[in-house]
Design a protein around this ligand. Sequence first.
Ligand code: HEM
Ligand code: HEM
Length: 355
Amino acid sequence: MGEFRKNRWLNRFAIFSAVATWFLIGLGGLVTSHEAGMAVPDWPTTYGYNMFLFPPSQWIGGILYEHSHRLLASFVGLLTTILAIWLWLTEDRRWLRWLGVAAFLAVVLQGILGGLRVKLMIDQLGIFHAALAHVFLVLLCFIALVTSRAWEPVRFTGWSVPGATVSLIWIATGLIFTQLVLGASMRHQHAGLAVPDFPLAYGQLWPSTDEVFLEKINRERIDPLEPNPIRASHIHLHMTHRLGALTALSVVVALAWRTRRSVMGTAPVRRYAMGLLVLMVIQAGFGAWTVWSNKAADVATVHVLLGATGLVAASLTGVLSARSGVLARIGSSRAPFVRNVGVKINGENLAANTL
Ligand code: HEM
Ligand code: HEM
C-alpha cells in the first residue's frame, strides 16, 4: 500500500497544522504591527493567571493580540507534538520520523524565544522569532508534502526539471528568505518608515545619509509610532530590502521565463513558477502599500503572510523539482527494467518511497 493511502489522515493532520501555523504567523504579525508585544508583561502566565484561564473580559486592546497569539501558539505546539508522535509511531521513512522530532524541537524553541522576547524585552529577539516562524512553517508544509499523494513517484512521470532550473529555484528561495530576515530586522528595528516614499527614496534614487540630512529629516518627522530617531543604518536596511525585492523579483521572472521556454514546458514546474511570479508581484505591491499606508497594521501583516507563502511556494517547488530530477535519473539508469520506480528490481528494492 502507498504511504499516502496508509497515512491519509496523517497527511490531513499535517496540512491542518501547517494552515494553523500560517494563521499564527498572521496573528504574530498583528502583535508586532500593533506594538502589542509587551501588552502582556509576564510569561508563561498572563497577568498572573494560568494563561488558559485568563478571563475573556480582559482580552482588550493590545492584550487581545498578544494573548490570543499565545493561545494559538499553544494549540500549534499541541498539533506539532501529536504530529511528531504520529510520525514516529507510523512512518516507515526514518528521516521523516526525525523530521517530526525536528518540528517538535523547533516549536518548543519558538515558544521559548517568544517568551524570552517578553521577559528580556529585547526587540532583536523578535527577528529570530520571526525567522524561525517561517522556517517552521516550511518544515510543516514539507511534512505535509512528503506524506501526500503528490510525493508518490508515479506523480512525477513525464516531468524532469533541468539542474540549472532547480538551482534557479533554490536561488529564488534563498533570496525570499533573505527578504524575510531583512523585513523582520526592519520591523523590529523600527525602520519600516525610515524611507517614507516609494518608488523614490526622499525624492532620490538612493537617499543621502549624512549627518545634516539625518538631522533635517528627524526634525521634520512627527510620528508617534516611531519615536526613535532615524539613523543611517535604518535607511541602509530599508533600501537593502528594496534592492533585495528587485533582485528576488528578477530571479523569479528569469525562472518563469526559463520554464516557459524549456523543453519540459508542460511540466507542472512551469505553473508553479508562474504562480510564484504572480505572488511575488503582489507581494512587492503590498510592500509598497505598507509604505504608502504609513505601515497600516493589516497591510503590513498581509505583507508578512504573503512573504511566508512565497517562501513555502518557492521551497516546495524546489523540493519537487529536485525530486523529479532524482527520479528521472534513477528511472533512466534502471531502464528498461523500470517504468515506475519504487518497485523491486533485480532483487534490490529501489524504494522511491524512502527518498
Ligand atoms: C509556534 C509558536 C509561535 C509562532 C509560529 C510565532 C510566530 C510569531 C510571528 C510570525 C510573529 C511576528 C514577527 C514579525 O512580524 O516580525 C510573532 C510575534 C510575537 N510573538 Fe510569537 N510565535 C509563536 C509563539 C509565541 C509564544 C509562545 C510567545 C510567548 C510570549 C510569543 C510571543 C510573541 C511576541 C511578544 C511577539 C511580538 C514581537 C515583537 O513585537 O517584537 N510567540 N510571533
Ligand atoms: C517582493 C519581495 C518582498 C518580499 C519577499 C518581502 C518580504 C517582507 C517580509 C516577510 C516582511 C516582514 C518580515 C517579518 O517581520 O516577519 C517585510 C517587511 C517590510 N517590507 Fe517587504 N518584501 C518584499 C518587497 C518589499 C517592497 C518592494 C517594499 C517597498 C518598500 C517592502 C517594504 C517593506 C516594509 C516597509 C516592511 C516593514 C513593515 C513594518 O515595519 O511593519 N517590501 N517584507
